[in-house]
Write a protein that binds this ligand. Structure first.
Ligand SMILES: [Zn+2]
Length: 418
């Protein structure tokens, strides 16, 4: 095995801090919603760093941006990417780590005189968060053909501005067409955004895929009545049905075991009064599993039980799907390479699915793709308290370098291809 690439952790942390000052919030964290003036400032800073290294910067029609370090031969690049937009209460690391970590790999390789057969690239994608415009993973989805460009350009955000108008307002759109970035391999380093690695005292999450997501809104219609005069046997209590559905969601997660999770995040009762039996309940159910068959089984059990609870209470039930994504499995060979790389570097690690969506899942159908997780303090993300210590970041970047350089065909100064 060739030597571990030496990365400059201070340089990387300095860049993360500098980008975090753009859109900085009082008390820490930052707000750089996609295609806002803050996003424009962030893009300018990061692409400036790309150009400082002499890299060619490319931008496509949806504002995705990538910079290429040429290889000895032409061909598709090994791309390290993520996003630099944030939610309204974002931290400094979500997305940013994958972009600036990729930049650090390229800069360190240049300084060490390490070349590659294939080109290496670092990229960021427009509106990964979906906090201003839905859906999320917008730029990577358009680039990889999963989302239609014209439909996406017409999407209107929370402030009434369309994607096309917002792109124009900050001059973020480039000339490259959809599909111009066609990676040989896609790698994304990201904070875990969950508590598992920290709880188990591990350095690295070898991400096997992204969980499937099922969001359903359920409406229960009962009958409002006096809480004091209506005998229990004569009630049609929509609130009770909603509560039973919430308890069933937990029971399903308990029965299925990890990685199944189930959440009722919202219950709205009407008329919402202390002495009136609820006539109407609107609730949401969020089910996630890394296995599509298991996810479908969870949905089937929940929906059947919900119908049974409603029938038993003499209520009517209707439901509609708010979102549905099938699980994405990352490339087995590339996942093995990430795991082997972690072992070779002496890093403690485990395999795990991602609980959140990421740009990598949009690339997965098109090219071998994989992700590397590093711990999140207290599992907190999308919060100004989001934090990962420099000493936890360094192993992730070293591993990203290891895998990316191997995939690109590392050539050290002595001229030996790995
Ligand atoms: Zn992210």
């Amino acid at each position: 095995m060739t030597a571990d690439l030496t990365i400059d952790l201070d340089r990387l942390m300095g860049r993360i801090a500098a980008l975090g000052r753009i859109g900085a919030l009082p008390g820490g964290g930052c707000k750089r919603l996609a295609l806002t003036p803050e996003d424009a400032e962030g893009r300018a800073l990061v692409t400036g760093w790309f150009r400082d290294l002499g890299l060619d910067v490319h931008t496509d029609v949806i504002g995705n941006c990538w910079a290429i370090r040429p290889g000895r031969s032409s061909g598709a690049p090994v791309v390290m990417g993520s996003h630099i937009d944030t939610v309204a209460t974002g931290g400094l690391y979500d997305g940013v780590l994958g972009v600036l970590g990729g930049l650090e790999v390229i800069e360190s390789a240049i300084q060490a005189g390490i070349e590659t057969e294939r080109p290496l690239a670092v990229a960021f994608f427009t509106n990964e968060e979906g906090a201003r415009f839905a859906p999320d993973m917008m730029g990577s989805g358009v680039a990889q053909g999963g989302l239609d460009l014209d439909e996406i350009l017409a999407k209107v955000g929370i402030d009434g501005v369309s994607v096309a108008e917002a792109l124009a307002a900050i001059g973020a759109a480039g000339s490259h067409p959809v599909g111009a970035l066609a990676p040989d391999t896609y790698l994304e380093l990201h904070i875990e955004q969950g508590p598992v690695l920290e709880a188990e005292g591990l350095a690295i999450g070898v991400v096997t895929g992204v969980q499937g997501i099922s969001w359903t809104e359920i409406t229960v219609e009962g009958q409002a009545a006096h809480a004091g005069t209506t005998p229990m046997a004569l009630r049609h209590d929509a609130g009770l049905v909603a509560a039973r559905i919430a308890a069933e969601a937990r029971a399903i997660a308990d029965a299925f075991g990890p990685p199944q999770v189930a959440t009722v995040g919202r219950i709205a009762l009407t008329p919402d009064l202390v002495n009136v039996i609820p006539e109407r309940a609107v609730l949401t159910v969020d089910l996630r599993n890394a296995d599509e068959a298991r996810l479908q089984a969870a949905e089937a059990r929940l929906f059947a039980q919900a119908e049974a609870f409603a029938a038993a209470e003499g209520c009517r039930l209707s439901r509609r799907t708010l979102a549905r994504f099938e699980p994405v499995a990352f490339d087995a060979t590339l996942v093995d390479a990430v795991e082997a790389g972690a072992a070779a570097l002496g890093l403690t690690h485990r395999r795990m699915p991602s609980g959140a969506g990421h740009d990598a899942q949009m690339f997965a159908p098109r090219c071998p793709s994989a992700m590397i997780f590093v711990p999140s303090q207290d599992g907190i993300s999308h919060n100004i308290r989001e934090y990962t210590a420099p000493e936890e970041i360094a192993p992730g970047v070293r591993l990203l370098a290891q895998v990316a350089l191997a995939r690109a065909g590392r050539v050290d100064q002595k001229g030996q291809t790995e």
